[in-house]
Design a protein around this ligand. Structure first.
Ligand code: MN
Length: 136
């Protein structure tokens, strides 16, 4: 057993290659083989979002606070709120983040495949984001 006390692992800024705007990630689970589950609490400021990406083994998002948005490639953007859980299937191209008027915090849970949990693509453009986040 190992207890990870709050603050023991410093908060990390979301990497600029993968996120637009200010995003903070706090690691909850960092898997030690043979375990593969990784989890993080991710905090998005208003207008902040991931780039488009896929997950090799899928991902579950659980919203803790604020109002967020999630969108599959070619599909209608959906607003997500505290208590909502979202399953992203393996290989589904998508993004998630805050809305324009509200930040959003979610717990992201995903299994790693050969140490990798995501394959990153292009940014969500301001035009794509404005269309998605206007639904709130
Ligand atoms: Mn994702």
């Amino acid at each position: 057993m190992k207890i990870q006390t709050v603050g023991a692992i410093p908060s990390r800024r979301g990497q600029v290659e993968y996120f637009t705007g200010t995003v903070w990630a706090d690691l909850i689970v960092n898997p030690v083989a043979p375990a593969r589950l990784q989890a993080a609490r991710v905090s998005f400021e208003p207008n902040a979002r991931t780039a488009w990406h896929t997950h090799p083994l899928g991902q579950t998002l659980h919203v803790i606070s604020g109002v967020g948005c999630v969108q599959l490639w070619g599909d209608t953007p959906r607003l997500i709120r505290p208590g909502d859980s979202v399953w992203i299937a393996p290989g589904e191209k998508h993004w998630h983040g805050a809305t324009a008027n509200s930040g959003m915090v979610h717990i992201a849970m995903h299994e790693t495949l050969d140490g990798n949990y995501a394959d990153w693509m292009e940014y969500v453009s301001d035009e794509q984001y404005a269309q998605a986040a206007s639904g709130q």
